[in-house]
Every structure is written in structure tokens, then in C-alpha cells.
Design a protein around this ligand. Structure first.
Ligand code: MN
Length: 498
């Protein structure tokens, strides 16, 4: 995907001058070592940058404002090494507008039983100083993440890494631009919503283009460029003719190659990162973009079917949050299609008409050309595959009229029992947590859509933290969900977000 900024996170240590210069030089030394070790861990997706120890109102305010202004800074990590009177932080925190992580740690892991004296106690008192800092952040009602534990603990570093990805999602959210090709599918409720409010809340720009404007960009792609891409497809994917004429098949595939190039050029030229299409409004496009959209999603573009701009933006957001992740398993647009209700084997078969991202595939990927059975265009070429197994999250962002709600469901992805040779689309199969009956009931009670933004590489916690940072409601459906408590969660949300 298109490279993101080279984001960095600032490390700001709080202290005061009550204990003298010697103590302050140790504070600075400890912070320097922690920052160096965090960067050396190899576990953080972004670099941590040490800032001078903060001991005065003026310096705190200046540092937070510099963080606001620095385009590469995606957040600040604070730690009160000693005691830092929290009134000193009020002005800086008031003016700070980026994600905040409160790292509640201390330099030493173990109490030095044999040597500990009052000097040591005064110098190493984050258990005390971090509570003072936490109090003012809570009193001021500022969203922050708190991570507790020794800085050398891999679990602590993993929590920082996970928060960094959420923070970049928060920062990058305001740069997401969604291109709508035509409008929403007529009469469909859940895929629609308030675009102005989405821009206020999330920073998303959602713009519509007449379908023939983008179709012209497709027609402008040369035969030579198209054929080169078709060659690439034929090298990379299995070709499943299934009785179709090879020349006619290739011609159908070429239509998608031309769409991929035309769409990509149009998106790049106009600086959009996500796209929606609608099978019922294709203008002069010869096929519903299938294979083309699948490849664009793999390159990092967000997508939503039938005009679903909210899901398109969420897919893009989740691709940003997982950018550069080692051994990533994939992120895609997805749709709940059909159930398996056999006891012990319950689950939901996931697919779309065509548009599932190949990043989630496992095993071979094949190209098929099949009728769409919807709309009035020629049979579109599409990539067909099955998906990886393991835990994942499925999310749905809905507009309730007076607010947005993000529904986050932990799901367990599985292999289907048998191949489905007559199904010409890419699929996944999952059992929602805590089980199909409760998971689907909770999802429907919450008003969740049939479309989801899905990822193997993000946690419910990360998605919930993102929602919190955006000031919207998040509800979780996971192993602990029961319907009685879940209804209370929804009732609380109705009061709180009124
Ligand atoms: Mn759909």
C-alpha cells in the first residue's frame, strides 16, 4: 500500500526540581535507557523519540504544542518518574490534540531490598507520581491509554506497539478520502448515513463522481498496459476456464485489468484512498469491477459494495492500522451471506458478489469468469480462494441517526468442511464469539450491518480504543457476551451518547 508517513512517538518524562540536579540527571538517564531499549526491542512499529524531562508548566505546554505541530508525531507517551505536580500539566493537556499513552512503569523491576533507602524512594516513585498525573487527566476528561508494567516486559512493549497502531489510525483517519462511484443502492438503510457528521467525527471526506467519469479513465488505459497486466495475472493466478473458450475468457479478464489500471490512476490523480461501487449503476463499464477491486484492496485501498462508504473508510482505516505488520494475515471488506446451523459446526459463510481482498487468502488463488446473476453486464472475472483460519475481528460502523456506533465482534475463522466447487467467489467462514446464537443475536440487537470491515491483524481492544478516541460508542461482542448484559450496554450507550 502507499507508504504512510514515517511516524514517531514522543516520550515525555515528568519530574520536578525538589530533589536536586543529581536526581534529575538520573531521571533523564533512566528515560534515555528506556527509550533506547524500547527502540531496540524490534517489537514497536514506530520509533520512540526522547524529549527533555518536563518539570515546568511552560516546558510542558511548549512540548505538547510542538507535538501538535509536528506532522510526523503521532502521539505522546508520558511517564512520571518521580512526582510531577499535575497542575503543571493542565495547560499543556488542554491544548494537546493527539493520542496520549500513559506508560505506568518504573526504571527498576524489583525492589532493591538490600540497599533501598529514602533517596531511592524519592527518586523512583512513579507508583505515586503517575497517580497524581492520572488524576488530572481523568478530571479533565481526556481520552488516554494506560499501560502498566515494567518497560522490559514483552507484554508491556506489545501493548505499546498495539496502541501505536491505534494512534496512527486516529491520526490518519482525518486523511481518509472515499470516492463514491454513483450513489447508494436504492432503499438500503444500513449502508447509508450522515456524511457531514462522518467528516466532523472521523475527518473522512466522502465525494461522489458520476460513474462515466471514472469509466472514461478506464477507457483511456492503453491496450499495451492492459495486456501487460493480464500477463501478470496469468503468471500469478490459476486460470479456471471451466469449459469457457480461452480467448473469450482472456478478453473478460482484460476488462478487469483495464478497470484496475483506470481506477487506480483516477484514485491516485484525485488522491482518494477508498472507493465504493454499485452493481446497479455501472454506466459504460462493461463488467462490475471484481478482480480489479480485489487487487486494489490488496494494494491498500478501502472498499465497500453498493455504495457503502462507511465500510469502505473502515477497511482503509484498518489497512492503515496494520500497515507494515510482519506476518500480517489480512484485512478485507466482507459480507455475511449464509449460515451453517448444524450443531457443533455453526458458522457464517462470508463472501461478497466478487469483492473480497486476496490479502486474507490461504492456498492457491484462481481466476474464474462467471455470470453475476444480478445487474445487466457481461460475466465478470474474479479471484477465487478460501481464507486463513484463526481469531479475527469483524466490525460494523452504523449511523443511528443521532450518533455512530461501532460494533466489534471477535470471530473464530475456520475451514469449511468440504470444498464448494460450484461457488465462484472468494469466501471465509467464521463462528462469532461467544457462539453463533448469542453472537448473531447481539449483532442484530446492536443494529450491525451485513457488511463488515474484517481483519485478522487487529484486536477488539484496538478497534474500541480507536472508537473512544473518535468520541463514538463502541460495543463488544466477545467470549464474555451474554444478552442480558449486552442489552444493558446498549441502554447505557443510549443514555450516554444521547
Ligand atoms: Mn453487499
Amino acid at each position: 500500500m502507499k507508504a504512510l508517513k514515517n511516524y514517531k512517538f514522543w516520550f515525555a518524562t515528568g519530574s520536578q526540581d525538589l530533589y536536586g540536579d543529581e536526581c534529575l540527571s538520573k531521571v533523564a538517564e533512566h528515560s534515555r535507557i528506556i527509550v533506547e531499549e524500547l527502540n531496540k526491542s524490534g517489537l514497536l512499529p514506530y520509533e520512540v523519540v526522547l524529549k527533555p524531562t518536563l518539570i515546568t508548566n511552560e516546558l510542558i505546554r511548549k512540548t505538547f504544542n510542538e507535538a501538535n505541530a509536528d506532522e510526523d508525531c503521532a502521539g505522546v507517551i508520558t511517564w512520571m518518574h518521580t512526582f510531577s505536580p499535575a497542575k503543571s500539566w493542565i495547560l499543556g493537556l488542554q491544548e494537546y490534540r493527539k493520542p496520549l499513552l500513559h506508560l505506568h512503569t518504573q526504571f527498576n523491576q524489583e525492589i532493591p531490598y538490600d540497599t533501598i533507602d529514602m533517596d531511592f524512594m524519592n527518586e523512583n516513585q512513579s507508583a505515586h507520581g503517575d497517580r497524581e498525573f492520572g488524576h488530572i487527566v481523568t478530571r479533565m476528561g481526556i481520552e488516554r491509554k494506560i499501560v502498566v508494567g515494567h518497560w522490559s516486559d514483552e507484554k508491556v512493549v506489545a501493548s505499546i506497539a498495539s496502541w501505536m497502531r491505534t494512534a496512527v489510525g486516529v491520526i490518519e483517519s482525518s486523511h481518509i478520502r472515499v470516492m463514491r462511484v454513483a450513489d447508494n443502492m436504492r432503499n438500503v438503510a444500513v449502508t447509508d448515513g450522515d456524511k457531514v457528521e462522518a467528516q466532523i467525527k472521523f475527518g473522512w471526506e466522502v465525494d461522489a463522481y458520476p460513474v462515466n467519469e471514472i469509466a472514461q479513465a478506464v477507457e483511456a488505459v492503453s491496450a499495451a498496459d492492459t495486456n501487460a497486466l493480464v500477463e501478470e495475472y496469468y503468471d500469478k493466478y490459476e486460470i479456471l476456464l471451466e469449459g469457457r473458450d480461452a480467448t473469450e475468457f482472456r478478453r473478460h479478464v482484460a476488462v478487469q485489468a483495464q478497470i484496475e489500471l483506470g481506477f487506480e490512476r483516477f484514485l491516485e490523480e484525485k488522491n482518494y484512498h477508498a472507493i465504493v461501487t454499485h452493481f446497479g449503476d455501472l454506466g459504460s463499464l462493461k463488467q462490475l469491477p471484481g478482480l480489479a477491486i480485489q487487487r486494489l484492496m490488496e494494494k491498500g485501498y478501502g472498499f465497500g459494495g453498493e455504495g457503502d462508504w462507511k465500510t469502505a473508510a473502515m477497511v482503509r482505516l484498518m489497512k492503515i492500522m496494520t500497515a507494515g505488520m510482519k506476518d500480517a494475515k489480512g484485512t478485507s471488506f466482507m459480507e455475511d451471506y449464509t449460515y451453517n446451523f448444524v450443531p457443533g459446526k455453526e458458522g457464517i459463510l462470508q463472501a461478497h458478489m466478487l469483492e473480497v481482498c486476496p490479502s486474507i487468502s490461504e492456498g492457491p488463488i484462481a481466476i474464474k469468469v462467471n455470470p453475476l446473476s444480478m445487474g445487466d453486464r457481461e460475466d465478470p472475472a474474479r479471484l477465487v480462494f478460501t481464507s486463513k483460519t484463526g481469531p479475527a475481528v469483524a466490525t460494523s460502523l452504523i449511523d443511528l441517526g443521532n450518533r455512530f456506533r461501532l460494533i466489534i465482534n471477535e470471530v473464530d475463522c475456520k475451514k469449511v468442511e468440504k470444498p464448494m466447487p460450484k461457488l465462484p467467489v472468494a469466501t471465509a467462514f467464521w463462528t462469532p464469539k461467544p457462539n453463533l446464537a448469542v453472537g448473531a443475536q447481539a449483532w442484530i440487537l446492536a443494529g450491525g450491518a451485513h457488511h463488515t470491515a474484517f481483519s485478522y491483524d487487529l484486536s477488539a481492544e484496538q478497534m474500541g480504543d480507536w472508537a473512544e478516541a473518535m468520541g463514538i460508542e463502541a460495543v463488544y461482542i466477545d467470549a464474555n457476551t451474554n444478552i442480558r448484559d449486552f442489552k444493558k450496554d446498549l441502554m447505557l450507550g443510549n443514555i450516554y451518547y444521547r
